[in-house]
Ligand binder design. Structure first.
Ligand code: COA
Length: 265
């Protein structure tokens, strides 16, 4: 499929997100293509590492909001391929390198917690506006983000919805290095080639030892999926999605009245 382009060079499987008209927002088909690529690459002796890249100055605008709205209207559950993708991430065996230029929104940021090396340009930004959309954090981020950057910064990112600059993301331990836009892909490929030159069994084993057992992450992912599914069909979320697509500010006043009624018993 054109929206996800897969190629392998020098032992590095590149998974490129390329849906420029929609800022690389991810649809079910795109998640499925990325999952298949990760699994195929893990099983391919010619692949030593995966690299995830965006295109046209955007990493990804996260999940396609029109898909979210279809779900909120009851036209299907949280897409099976979305859940399969976020449940595959903790099970990937080979190292994942990400190169981020421009916005990395929602899952675009949370998937980085499953990567081993992350490079970003000064123009990269990292944002998880789950709460603003009436949703909850996903992809294991409610567990992994506080572990990675401490509770205070994780709350700021996941709940307050504060966008982090590349430099702030580096300070927070989400990004390894900030490099100029021309150097982003060469830096990713250079790191990939260095990994490809390592003894392959020791590489996979070292990574597994460092990341630990995936069971706790999968459990948290499943808990998040359950909460996320409930939230998707909430009036708050529906209003937030509709507002985004209609390019207006959301109006949560009806939800506020319901919340006050709930609080008052
Ligand atoms: N889902 C569906 N469509 C999306 C999208 C998404 N997540 N993000 C962007 N788009 C679409 C816009 O609707 C617009 O489509 P149109 O040209 O048909 O109207 C097009 O992509 C360009 O988006 P626009 O917002 O005009 O670009 P921008 O450069 O001003 O801003 C972003 C880029 C990524 C900052 C902004 O699009 C954004 O915030 N997107 C939503 C991110 C989000 O909340 N994702 C869900 C996370 S859980």
């Amino acid at each position: 499929m054109d929206d996800i382009q897969i190629s392998t060079t020098d032992g590095v499987q590149v998974i490129r997100i390329a849906r420029p008209a929609k800022k690389n927002a991810l649809t079910g088909t795109m998640y499925a293509a990325m999952t298949e690529a990760l699994l195929r690459g893990d099983a391919d002796p010619a692949v030593a590492a995966h690299a995830i890249l965006g295109s046209d100055g955007v990493f990804t605008a996260g999940n396609d909001i029109a898909d979210f709205l279809a779900t909120a209207r009851g036209e299907g559950g949280l897409s099976r391929s979305t859940v399969r993708f976020i449940r595959t991430l903790p099970l990937v065996a080979k190292p994942i390198i990400a190169g981020v230029d421009g916005p990395a929104v929602g899952v675009g940021t949370t998937l980085l917690l499953h990567c081993d090396l992350v490079y970003a340009t000064p123009g990269a930004s990292f944002a998880t506006p789950f709460l603003d959309l009436g949703l909850v954090p996903e992809a294991g981020s409610s567990l992994l983000m506080p572990q990675r950057m401490g509770y205070a910064r994780a709350f700021e990112m996941l709940v307050l919805g504060e966008a982090f600059t590349a430099e702030r993301a580096r300070e927070a331990g989400l990004v390894n290095a900030v490099v100029g836009p021309d150097l982003l892909e060469p830096t990713v490929m250079k790191a990939g080639r260095r990994l490809a030159a390592k003894p392959p069994e020791a590489l996979v084993q070292a990574r597994r030892l460092m990341r630990g057992e995936p069971a706790a992450i999968l459990q948290r992912t499943d808990d998040e999926v359950q909460a996320f599914r409930e939230r998707l069909s909430s009036p708050e979320a529906r209003e937030a999605f509709q507002a985004f697509l209609e390019k207006r500010k959301p109006d949560f006043s009806a939800a506020r009245a319901r919340a006050a009624k709930m609080a008052g018993g």
